[in-house]
Design a protein around this ligand. Structure first.
Ligand code: ARG
Length: 271
């Protein structure tokens, strides 16, 4: 990751809860439009002090397009555009594909029958030496081998078993210097073992259920700055003691759709 990464974001002009494709979504509990705009602008301002914010055009009747993490997975100017699991989000794919092509990214070939939800489910460690793939609720396990071949990197597949944490980026977040935030029970027992085998104990930051449900793992790290919706005093202290500066940015309106800080941005210069 560069010091001043570009982050792709999409204004929440058409953001709504129009369907229910994860347990956080309830069409009876709509986000307040004005408050969503304010929170999103505050996120732009906060992230914008440490990153370059790049915008894409929101499309009417594509309420989840605001979650640009799901546009695709980008590494070194190459992108795999998402193949969404649910028909409700599938029309976003050609819109994001056009954006990537116009912006000069090389769009990699991918079989249409392999679901893959981009940087929602695929995360690189911060020196991009390997990738983690969350699979089950959205992305297909077959994506692991395809990503390994496309990017010539080892890919560690992680099985997601708690429906509340349906994308890898809702429960796992690689940060600077190998530190990693995660919510252990979101993963199968086997995947918890893989995480423990790959990440040394002093680098693992296990978050509580309370923090996880406030989307603390859905964080953006830029160097030692970490942006998240909420961090309990305990989590703040843990991050602080490892030299991180926590920036809490409330995005509670977006939690109603099952997304937070990380989902609302896509790092175009890393993962
Ligand atoms: N409502 C969206 C969905 O269910 C939220 C996506 C959140 N994005 C993410 N990267 N976790 O697909």
């Amino acid at each position: 990751m560069t010091n001043h990464p570009r982050l792709l974001m999409c204004p929440p002009d058409h953001f709504q809860v129009r369907y229910e494709i994860n347990p956080w979504m309830n069409v009876q509990r709509q986000p307040a439009a004005a408050s969503a705009q304010t929170q999103w602008q505050q996120l732009v301002a906060s992230l914008g002090a440490h990153a370059e914010i790049v915008l894409c055009e929101p499309a009417p009747s594509r309420p989840d397009m605001v979650f640009t993490a799901n546009a695709g997975f980008v590494l070194d100017g190459r992108v795999v555009v998402s193949r969404f699991r649910y028909p409700e989000r599938q029309p976003e794919a050609p819109l994001f594909a056009r954006w990537f092509a116009d912006a000069g990214f090389e769009c990699l070939a991918w079989p249409d029958d392999v679901c893959f939800e981009g940087a929602g489910d695929c995360l690189a460690d911060q020196d991009a030496a390997h990738l983690w793939l969350g699979h089950g609720p959205r992305s297909d396990i077959r994506a692991a081998a395809l990503l390994a071949r496309a990017f010539q990197l080892p890919v560690y597949p992680l099985g997601l078993v708690d429906p509340r944490f349906y994308h890898l980026d809702t429960c796992f977040c690689p940060l600077a210097d190998g530190h990693t935030l995660y919510y252990p029970t979101a993963f199968s027992a086997e995947s918890q073992m893989l995480i423990r085998a790959q990440i040394p104990i002093e680098k693992r930051i296990e978050v509580s259920e309370e923090d996880a449900c406030q989307f603390a793992c859905n964080a953006v790290g830029v160097g030692k700055h970490v942006f998240m919706n909420y961090a309990s005093a305990r989590l703040q202290h843990e991050l602080d003691s490892r030299g991180f500066q926590v920036h809490e940015v409330r995005v509670t309106e977006f939690l109603r759709a099952g997304g937070a800080v990380k989902c609302l941005s896509l790092n175009l210069d890393g993962a």
